[in-house]
Structure formats: structure tokens, C-alpha cells
Design a protein around this ligand. Sequence first.
Ligand code: 13P
Ligand code: SF4
Length: 331
Amino acid sequence: MELEEAKKNLQKTGYLDLKIPAGIDLVAEIKKLKTEKNAVILAHYYQDAAIQDVADYVGDSLGLSQQAAKVNADMIVFAGVHFMAETAKILNPTKKVVLPDLKAGCSLADSCPAEKFRPFREAHPNHLVVTYINCSAEIKALSDLVCTSSNAEKIVESIPKDTPIIFAPDKNLGKYIMSKTGRDMLLWDGACIVHEAFSIDKILDLHKKHPHAEIIAHPESETHVLKVASYIGSTSGLIEYVKKSDCNEFIVATEAGILHKMKKEVPDKNLIPAPIYQNVTCACSECPYMKLNSLEKLYLCMKYELPAIEVPEEIRKRALLPIERMLEISK
Ligand code: 13P
Ligand code: SF4
């Protein structure tokens, strides 16, 4: 009965709200379920450390979609946010794709609803539409090309110079790509709440205290932060950079979950999370959506194979094309 009730409430709660027996070894149980169900766990670097440690693959958005495109397992367990799990489902319509918490959304995806984007696109019929992967399946279905933070420059450069471009939904990444490519793009007015939380004044103050540190930033950050950064890149790019740089100290302007992997890769380097305007719980920036996932919810979604991601077939077929084009260009 408890399970039936939890299933009924799933749309409201976002996850199966069930009690887990006390003393259960969640990591051992998750590993058991992985074998029993022939499941693979794909996790983003912004997930909690415990989730990253139990995953089969941890990566950035491009790496995760490349993995999803070649998965052999019967079930994909996506420890990330909704648009990532949805992308995995678009690539694997016959496989089960589960997400620990359906409410793990994204401010960027939310900023670009299809009912507003469709007329915007129709008002610019000569423009090619490039969308950042952080958007819904419906928006991907309205796009010509999808990109991630690690291939956006390459994707935009693959488009003939005389073709006008709409870039959505992240205006900060869009502005950065405009500065890199010299292309004048029509930008959608969306932003990531996590990357717009950084305080440039506090970053500069911190830099004064650590004058040898390099500031490194994700391109979803605002222009004034990117201007002071020694390196700008996707989560994977940032991790690679701290490994290869001769510097021993970094101020890291992206979601704090990345520090788990970075600390493993460069245990002797000093990694300082970039400060935010408000510091209520911690001085760093955390994604409230990514952090909705927990080891408990991961266990429950694997055990009961819920919540599962579904994408209407018409939308899925149209959304697949720009994703496949991106994967092809990124080879
Ligand atoms: P990448 O991991 O692709 O850099 O993206 C960061 C992000 O915001 C994911 O939501
Ligand atoms: Fe979306 Fe920003 Fe969270 Fe990434 S960090 S999932 S872009 S809100």
C-alpha cells in the first residue's frame, strides 16, 4: 500500500517517498541493483560526492551524452538534472531511463518555454537555431543544432559565416561564444542562477589574498567574471586545466560539486570555490536542482524503476536530429 501511495504521489513529490530500512548499506544495495538490472549510472560533476563515487561514468554534458549514445545496459540511471536524462532517453527510446528526482530541473531550461520560443523562432525564419543542451526536449525539437559548453565554439564555427544564428537559452555562454567567434548572434535572455550568483567584488578581494591563484570559470558565468579568468571551460575542461597548469592555487567559478573530482585529481593543489553575493549556508555556489538527488533517491529509483523519463515520440524524433548533428561534429 505504501508503494502504491508513493507512486500516486510521484508527480507531486518528484520521487518515490518511501521509508528506507535503517542500517541499510545504500552503496552495496545500489551496486547489487546495478548488476541485477543491468543498469548503468551516469553522473554529472555537480552531484554529491557519494553519488559520483558510485557512478559508472562521471562527466560533463557532452561526455554524458556521448556515453548515453553508446550505452549497452538495459536501464540508464541518470544522476543529474532532467534535461540530461531526457537527452539520454531521446538517444535511447527503447531503454528505461530513470532520474532520482523529477524536480531536478534547471533555471536555464525553465527560462526558455516552448510556447515563448516557438514564436521567437518563427519571427526570425532566416536564422539557424543553436541551443545549449540545457533546455527541454521540446526546445531541442525546435532547434537545428544542439551544443554544450565544451563544443559551443566548434558548433557555431561549423555554420557558414553568412547564416544568421539564434543562440538559446544561455545569454552568458552566447556572449562568450560571440566574443570567441566574432559572430553576431541573436541571444535568448536566459541564465544559470548558480553561475550568476558569483560576486566579482568578492572574487577580486579573494584574489588579492591569494595573488598567485588562477581564476578559472565556467562560461555560464557573467562577462565580468569571465574577463578576469585565466581559463574558461566546461566542467571537464576546468578539471583538465587544474591538472595541467603549473599553478598550485585556483579560484574556481562553477558549481561546488566539481571540487570533489578536482581534489582527487590534484590533491596537493589549493582549490578555492569562488564566493557568491549571499552566503546563507555556504560561501560557494551550489545548484539546488542537482542537489535534489541523494543516495537514498538513487537507490529507490533503481529499485522501483521510477520516476522514469518519457518523451512523446513526435518530439523525440525531431529533438534527436540536432543532438545527432552535435555528436557528429564533436567526434
Ligand atoms: P558542463 O558540465 O557541460 O560544463 O555543464 C555545466 C552545467 O551547468 C550542467 O548543468
Ligand atoms: Fe542548470 Fe545552472 Fe544547475 Fe547547471 S548549474 S543544472 S545550468 S541551474
